[in-house]
Design a protein around this ligand. Structure first.
Ligand code: G3H
Length: 478
């Protein structure tokens, strides 16, 4: 109806002085669904400056009180799951059930974070000096974990709520303040999530949420001298951010080309189920999606047949109907995916289904006999298109996996645990899953990418640690 959602700063909902807005296109209808404020650099500046002073007080707030507020926010978030999920359906075409799951998972993450925080931050170290050569027992060192200051959180479109709280909650429990720049697609879901934190009663300016175009406020945010830490999840932009950011801790997760290596002794039904779930859930728009299947030639026909049968059963359509395959997030994304498909076609890949697209909706597609000269062998489509490369040795599979610029996760299917361990050791990825598709969760597990897939490690415990610094006090005895 032309209304523009307000942004959140100084504990209030505000209109931007720019008088401009950014439109959010519903991927299903391809019409404007919502509008958000196009914040100015001045407004960003103000949010960061205010976050700086709010943080000073927050750091002095007892840890148990910080935890209590997070628990409250978690509960409110879960109460609001239906309207937030509805935004996710409209803004990013996430299937309705998955949208609810994302919000519930987010509430659980916030609570877990509060609990983990009181444990981790509730203890420090005590060291004595006489273990190091030349020292008497005259120095006692006490360490504790102190916050960094202002944390900037930039989550991606595919989990606008969950990958926002996975940055917000660790930052807050550790005594930091937080400025959130949500993705445009998903911004309204994120604003609604921030509203839950608002209702929980966090101090003014501790959390703010600025919306707008990355091209206008992106660099300004990431290069702002008032920002003390950046936690980013997304695509290539992360590489640019890491080059421009100052001397501050960075946490980045930038996509992947997760390989699924299938050995001859694997449970073929388990493999097929995981390939379909791993490759096609949320239409392949997950950084941890299975993005290339590397299967031993002798079982390749059997695997392809089983996967084909399951793909045929996937429902395709609007997210409101809870279809398995829903429209991808944008026209440019759909065009990019189509480009990869056409390249594979031209170079002779076997199409297991007919390629079909309507608007942003792309039918699930399995491409067999993909070869290394095809773009789809290396690039991530972030869509429901999955390449199969037939291999004649395990080494060939490992080699393909390691030749990628990415190194997020990978998986291997075999009944031989010894082989699985050796392959895991050989795969240059942050995580290897044995006998299951890649996934970030459970959310307290470490989550990290090697090479172009990221910097640092996430997961609740690692994020809390990353958003703190060690402070020592040394007592010198006479
Ligand atoms: O898109 C990247 C997410 O971190 C993947 O999370 O494995 O829970 O889908 P997920």
């Amino acid at each position: 109806d032309g209304d523009v959602f307000k942004f959140y700063s100084e504990g209030e909902w505000k209109n931007s002085s720019s008088g401009k807005s950014v439109s959010i296109i519903n991927p299903t209808t391809r019409k404007t669904q919502y509008k958000v404020q196009a914040c100015t650099q001045e407004e960003v500046n103000k949010a960061i400056e205010n976050a700086k002073s709010a943080q000073k007080l927050w750091a002095k707030t007892p840890l148990w009180k910080r935890a209590e507020l997070l628990h409250k926010a978690a509960a409110i978030l879960k109460e609001h799951k239906a309207p937030i999920a509805e935004c996710l359906v409209k803004e990013i075409a996430k299937p309705a059930k998955d949208a609810v799951t994302e919000v519930v998972r987010s509430g659980d993450l916030v609570s877990y974070c509060a609990e983990e925080g009181v444990r981790i931050l509730g203890e420090g170290k005590f060291l004595v000096s006489d273990s190091f050569p030349g020292n008497e027992r005259t120095k006692y060192c006490l360490t504790s974990k102190i916050p960094l200051g202002v944390v900037l959180a930039i989550p991606p479109f595919n989990y606008p709520v969950n990958l926002a709280v996975s940055k917000i909650a660790p930052a807050l429990i550790a005594g930091n303040s937080l400025v959130l720049k949500p993705p445009t697609q998903g911004a309204v879901a994120a604003l609604h999530m921030v509203h839950c934190f608002h209702l929980a009663g966090f101090p003014k300016s501790l959390i703010s949420c600025v919306t707008g175009k990355g091209s206008e406020i992106g660099d300004f945010l990431t290069m702002h001298p008032g920002v003390n830490c950046i936690s980013f999840t997304g695509g290539d932009t992360g590489i640019a951010i890491s080059k421009k950011a100052g001397m501050i801790p960075l946490q980045m997760e930038l996509g992947g080309k997760d390989a699924c290596i299938v050995l001859e002794d694997a449970d073929l039904d388990l493999v097929a189920a995981n390939i379909v779930k791993g490759g096609f859930s949320y239409s392949g728009q997950r950084c941890t999606a299975v993005k290339v299947v590397l299967v031993m030639e002798s079982i390749a026909d059997a695997i392809v047949e089983k996967v084909k049968a399951k793909v045929a059963k996937l429902t395709v359509g609007p997210p409101e109907d809870d279809c398995d395959i829903t429209p991808v997030v944008s026209e440019s994304s759909a065009n990019f995916i189509e480009g990869l498909v056409m390249d594979a076609k031209q170079k002779g890949a076997t199409f297991c289904q007919e390629y079909k697209r309507e608007g942003y909706l792309i039918w699930p597609l399995l491409l067999d006999n993909v070869r290394p000269d095809m773009r789809i062998a290396w690039e991530e489509p972030f869509g429901p298109v999955l390449p199969v490369i037939r291999i004649s040795s395990v080494e060939e599979g490992i080699h393909h996996c390691n030749a990628s610029n990415f190194g997020l996760q990978g998986c291997v299917f075999t009944r031989d645990i010894n082989k699985a361990m050796l392959i895991s050791d050989a795969m240059e990825t942050g995580t290897v899953q044995i006998n299951s598709a890649p996934a970030r969760g459970p959310d307290h597990f470490p989550f990290q990418g090697l090479k172009d897939s990221g910097i640092g490690s996430q997961g609740i415990t690692n994020s809390i640690n990353m958003m703190t610094k060690i402070k020592s006090t040394v007592i010198n005895l006479p």
